[in-house]
Write a protein that binds this ligand. Structure first.
Ligand SMILES: [Zn+2]
Length: 148
C-alpha cells in the first residue's frame, strides 16, 4: 500500500510538472536586443557587429535567492530610457515564486505583474544569477549595476 502511494505521489508530481511547462512554454517569445552603441536610430538591432541577442520573454518568475534586490539594466534596443530598474523581492512570494518588477513599457503593457511573467530585463537578471549566457557576446554587460 505504501508503494502505491509512493507511485501515486510521483505520478501527481509529474503531472504537475508537465502542466506547468505546458502553461508556460507557449507564452515564451523571443525578443531581440543589442547595445545602444551598436544600434543607430532606426536600425532595430539589425545592423550590429556584435552584441545582438535573442532573449526569451514571457517566462515565469524565477527564484534567484533570498531577500530583496534592486538591479539596474541598461537599455535594450530602442527605448525611451537608457536603463531600467528591476526589483526582486523574495520576502513575499506567491505560489513559492518571488515578486519581480521592471519599469519598462513591456512589463506594464503586457500586465506582467499580474501574469507573473518576465520582460527581457528581468530575464537578463535571472540569466545573470543563473550564469546563463546567450549568443552575441558580452551579454552580461547589460547589467550595469546591482544597486542594493
Ligand atoms: Zn523590463
Amino acid at each position: 500500500m505504501l508503494l502505491f502511494y509512493k507511485h501515486l505521489y510521483r505520478f501527481v508530481g509529474l503531472r504537475k510538472t508537465i502542466s506547468y511547462y505546458l502553461s508556460v512554454t507557449p507564452k515564451h517569445k523571443m525578443s531581440n536586443a543589442c547595445f545602444e552603441s551598436h544600434n543607430a536610430p532606426g536600425q532595430h538591432c539589425s545592423d550590429t557587429t556584435r552584441g545582438s541577442f535573442n532573449i526569451p520573454t514571457g517566462g515565469p518568475f524565477v527564484d534567484i535567492g533570498a531577500g530583496k534586490k534592486r538591479l539596474k539594466v541598461t537599455y535594450f534596443k530602442f527605448a525611451a530610457r537608457r536603463s531600467y530598474t528591476v526589483l526582486y523581492d523574495n520576502r513575499e512570494s506567491i505560489d513559492d515564486r518571488p515578486i519581480w518588477e521592471c519599469n519598462c513599457p513591456d512589463f506594464e503593457f503586457n500586465d506582467r505583474q499580474q501574469n507573473r511573467t518576465c520582460c527581457k530585463h528581468i530575464q537578463a537578471c535571472i540569466d545573470k544569477a543563473e550564469g546563463t549566457t546567450r549568443t552575441g557576446g558580452n551579454y552580461e554587460q547589460f547589467l550595469v549595476e546591482h544597486i542594493t
